[in-house]
Design a protein around this ligand. Sequence first.
Ligand code: CA
Length: 491
Amino acid sequence: MRTGMLKQIHYPFIGVLLVIGTLVTPAYSQAANTTADKTDNQPNIILIVTDDQGYMDVGFNGGTEIPTPQIDRIANEGVRFDQGYVSYPVCGPSRAGFMTGRYQGRFGFTTNPTMNPAIPNAGVRLDEEMISEVLKKQGYSTMAIGKWHLGIQPDYQPRNQGFDEFFGFLSGGHQYFPELLTLNSMQEVIDNETSWYYMRLLDNGKRVDIDKYLTDALSDRAVEFIERKKDQPFFLYLAYNAPHTPYQATEKYLDRFTHIEDERRRTYAAMISAVDDGVGAVLDKLDELGIADNTLIFFLSDNGGPINKSHVADNGALRAGKGSLFEGGVRVPFAMRWPQIVKPGTDYVKPISSLDIMATIAAQTGAIIAKERPLDGVDLLPYVTGENPGNPHEVLFWRQLSKGSYAVRHGDMKMVLGESKADENDTLLFDLSQDISEKKNLSGGQKATLERFITLKDEWEEELEDQAFPELRSWRPWIDESTGKPKRKKK
Ligand code: CA
């Protein structure tokens, strides 16, 4: 199996590769990069995101069933984050968080947004700034590839949110085989009584056909962009929808996993393997062009692996999965590489957040962050290099309005509210240093701690806004509500 993989042409899978360029933080003394010379040394930044990938479904976290040698390069040649969190346990809001560096609740993006064309504001509010917008002001070339899921209205699409170029789809998931992608508009989706997963891809505003497996098409485009922009600082947001459902893969990748009996798990593994090839292609291109050293790459999954019903992700010892505020829903595969700054093989074990991506990029490129919209993240570099031995975060918060659930992490302690209907006492307190699986509820014996956590949560929530737009499932005219499935399946 592995030998077969090695024989493949490497189109490494890029999960989430975020490459950040120049160091600007004055307190952080490192070689070369300062604001003054940023036009010469501005780092390239690649943010690679995978979709619904389990914590253990990557080699760098110890997973062995699905080899990811290319994704592992990012961690092995940079830093692996043992406790890398996203700020929301489902796709859209998680992305709204890391793309702005702010808790999505601050601007009401607290659910996967409706795709109803009649709802004008279902996206990241326009006065918020995304990574792409702040980097564009710094002179970066910017491109988004793959899944968007941050709004379908024209104003909310990538090219109006700081991206020069966009190749991908606006939906929350997509079909992977090119012959399935035939529809051109939401009206055609409705008329065909099928889902928006069947729409043709958008290529800078035009609907286009692809001639290969979707993951491969996204990887190819990423490599093409890097080649084309090699002489200027660029920001590439490479957002794979793999391994999100539907589980679909080609023989090339399925053949690597004939030992996995469960067909869905085998297909899921193949989908990740395709991403791995894509990441490898991106990393190889950086090497070939001689720009790897000054390219800051982030890799992460947008939420934990789904494990309910027919899903097959593996979150290891972590409790629950996608859609939950237990660790399995919010603690994700997370790595960063910047060869000229970060020592290879760094293992960073303190909690960090996907909200730190924006703060790190801003600090390292000198990007201006508006005072009225302070970031919730921190520059990770001083922590990763050891310059700052402290904790990146005193406290981390989560709020999931659809469930009425909350979580607060402070030190090793974590409070979870409203997630476990099975627990009679739904106010749970765990010591993650002793209980990574969140099995032993300590709330009964630690009333004072619990009260303090609830106060922290209440104070934080006062800064948040109500949900700004309806959720995804509030408008699905193609769905047969009795079965939950599309009325008519595309062939
Ligand atoms: Ca997701």
